[in-house]
Design a protein around this ligand. Sequence first.
Ligand SMILES: Cc1cc2nc3c(=O)[nH]c(=O)nc-3n(C[C@H](O)[C@H](O)[C@H](O)COP(=O)(O)O)c2cc1C
Length: 337
Amino acid sequence: MNWKDRLKKMMPAGSLEKIQRRKTMRALKKRSITENGRFAEHYAAHDCSTKGQIESVMIFYVHQIEKGFSFDVYQYGRGKTALRHISDLIGRLAQVDSDWRNNSIYEDAVLALGEYRRRHTSKGYDITFMTDLFSATVNEDIATAAQRLYPNIELTRESKQDNNQVSFSKLVERRHAIRSYADMPVSRQELEDAIAMSLRTPSVCNRQPTRVRIFTDRSIISKALKIQGGFGGYNMPPALMLVTADLQAFMGVSEHNEGYVDGGLFSMSLLYSLEACGLAACPLNTMFGDKADEETRKLLGVPDNEVFIMYIAVGHFRETSRICRSQRFELDRVLLN
Ligand SMILES: Cc1cc2nc3c(=O)[nH]c(=O)nc-3n(C[C@H](O)[C@H](O)[C@H](O)COP(=O)(O)O)c2cc1C
């Protein structure tokens, strides 16, 4: 027995655990400093300058324009802040990408801006607020895009009838975030069936930290989504699920982010399960600041040992729904070697 083991044997019960906890606290602090530092160094800040950062922020603002197309009643004039940002970002993209006009993110932006322009001009709106923002070249690209047919963003309930029979690849292709739902309740059984299908989701050492809560009370859903803040412009969904991860499933510093991985995997299973069960769904972020975190915990009874993964709004498909285009990267952008 070496001196360390001898010392441990001589220590009163509980002391060793206290030392271990203090060691873990120190390691966690160090880890957070490294992780936060890495994030601070590379995230797409307001004055971002790398191609990847500029493209990300551009996708964010283009998504806002696309979201406008999914509303039941199109709100003319909405999205001016996004347009200003997109204009600024195109200017920055041109500085870091010599082939920026063939950049697929630029092409997606122009497609959305073209549709924006087409909608406004076809209703006789003055669009100088838009054309003033962009250079002659970009305005030309937008005008050309406005002549083209915007990709179909409407899907039908009919097209979902055989969702529980189609191949996985077809199901993956069919799933879209749906933000407007039929005016009818979703039963607890329907939601439980989808959650039960997701129980096969893998997790680290099979510790299964994911927890799900179902809310169908309109006033609770409305309060929760008001705090959440990312569902503006749509009616409240008939059901809202909250996915969390229980930190009690984890054993040490290296696992401190694993709840987000396991919870994310479970959430994806749940989204596909809901689709297979013929239910319309939309994942919604729970990227809360301290105040929203505290208010949500209080409102929904979420204890401190659980971390938020995401909400999932659920309902039945309407006869027709509009989706956001949400174009995806090509394989070569994702697969790095
Ligand atoms: C974690 C997560 C959080 C999201 N948060 C929101 C949100 O707050 N509001 C919203 O309208 N959509 C939200 N979405 C939906 C995305 O915008 C949508 O999934 C994305 O554009 C891809 O489109 P698709 O789901 O139709 O394929 C979120 C998606 C994920 C995965």
